[in-house]
Design a protein around this ligand. Structure first.
Ligand SMILES: [Zn+2]
Length: 265
């Protein structure tokens, strides 16, 4: 009986694989996710950005841009930043996690655990503005994608990131930036979710970043490079969708994504 059930399960799995292959062929191959290698003529749309999300692994422009830097730019190659290194991944996104899985010597994850949410398997219940559990210079690389717009004390967050990194280590950060905004706008007194959404883009954000994020990182002591789509050939940008194929008209959208690599010098 058990065998019959198993056989049935296998047959069902085969059918599913077959069906996804048919869809894959129909979906074309003009674009490719550089993380899970899903191919299609267009990626999926969400409410803010058209054709920018991978329907298979959930990657967005920011995670694919990060992975493009790690795999295609010598200066920030994964062999220098990730492979055999001690990596702390804050609020780990599945797509980025998938891209670096198995490569670091030590891979730890941390998130600020709020009640009522499922964070999956996380190593540290971590407040990035006060990482008590982490000793000085404990990691070679810290990754935090779209985390710092949530924290109240940004300055403490930046000094903590610097503290836990070893000399020569890197932080890899992304933050939501309103297009063409020079100066970061924050107002911690605004607590109304609707107002936060209107002013910062989401009901649990307390700021929207401007171009001065680079200055903030440099002030803490990092040597910063902001990697954007201009670091890659147009054919690569189009293939891996490293820039939104259609500019979002949402007033708080980040169309011009950057991945900030900060070296502790
Ligand atoms: Zn994908």
């Amino acid at each position: 009986m058990k065998t019959i059930l198993k056989k049935g399960k296998r047959a069902a799995e085969k059918t599913l694989i077959g069906a996804s292959q048919v869809y894959y062929n129909l979906a074309g191959n003009k674009v490719e996710c550089n993380i899970c290698h899903y191919k299609a003529n267009k990626l999926k749309s969400n409410s803010w950005h058209a054709y920018s999300s991978c329907p298979n692994c959930g990657s967005t422009v920011r995670s694919r841009l990060l992975v493009a830097a790690l795999t295609m730019l010598d200066e920030f190659s994964e062999s220098k930043l990730i492979v055999g290194k001690r990596v702390l991944h804050c609020a780990p996104e599945e797509a980025t996690k998938r891209a670096i899985k198995g490569k670091p010597a030590v891979y730890k994850t941390g998130d600020y655990l709020a009640e009522g949410y499922d964070y999956g398997d996380i190593d540290y219940n971590l407040d990035i503005t006060d990482m008590k559990q982490i000793g000085d210079k404990s990691f070679d690389c810290l990754i935090a994608c779209d985390v710092l717009e949530h924290v109240y004390n940004l300055q403490n967050g930046l000094t903590e990131i610097y503290r836990v990194l070893d000399n020569g280590g890197y932080c890899i950060l992304t933050v939501p930036q309103k297009d063409h905004l020079d100066k970061t706008y924050e107002d911690l007194t605004i607590t109304d979710p609707k107002e936060r959404e209107r002013l910062f883009g989401q009901d649990d954000h307390v700021r929207i970043f401007g171009d001065d994020f680079v200055d903030m990182l440099e002030k803490v002591g990092f040597k910063v490079t902001a990697v954007d789509e201009k670091f890659f050939d147009k054919a690569i940008v189009d293939k891996y969708v490293l820039f939104p194929p259609v500019l979002s008209k949402h007033p708080m959208a980040t169309n011009y994504r950057k991945v900030f690599f900060g070296k502790k010098v």
